[in-house]
Ligand binder design. Sequence first.
Ligand code: DX5
Ligand code: ZN
Length: 216
Amino acid sequence: MIKVSPSILSADFCNLERDIRLVSSADYLHVDVMDGCFVPNLTIGIPVVQSIRKHTDMFLDVHLMIDKPLRYIEDFAKAGADLLSIHLEADHPTRIAQALKVMEQCGVKKAVALRPITDARAILPYVEQLDMVLVMTVEPGFGGQAFMESQLDTIRQARAIIDRYNPACELEVDGGISPKTAPLVVEAGANVLVAGSAVYGAQDIPGAIAALRAAH
Ligand code: DX5
Ligand code: ZN
């Protein structure tokens, strides 16, 4: 089954509670955390995740686009994240492994994320313990960018690795997902679709979520 994770990066931050309610028919809620260092943009942090947690029961899929994420795993877990994605490019492999261990201890689901430049094989050391792999289909940092078709290969390769070593692991894609690109990523093996502008830019938001979920 295809799942949809609307990205609140495209929501109105002054009306976040209202905009989260608008996507309550979705499977997950995608929360983009950026530090102005790993990516050239700043978004939201721990206090906002804490506030979101108080106002929704949705599954919080928190995408950490931050350097050395190990420093903040415990804080985001305590703030109420259900799943944390850390970028493989954001630290040395030993500290990535350590960050995953801390997630396990904190009881949050574990994901690793790949920038477009990163080879799918980079997930190999971790895949057996992961709940999700996130393949970026744009360069992380901003919403509303064009889908990178070259990432379809990475999605296919990640799918093959997941099927072989940990079939229960989910495969999420993020960036430029729309009714036009969704069938391509689903065909390549993705099962969780992040969408910011395609959901919040739609006239009929529940309809847009349902259309993405029906992509094949
Ligand atoms: C980009 C973020 C995405 C972003 C996607 O770095 O990780 O989650 O919100 O936005 P769209 O769907 O508009 O490309
Ligand atoms: Zn994201």
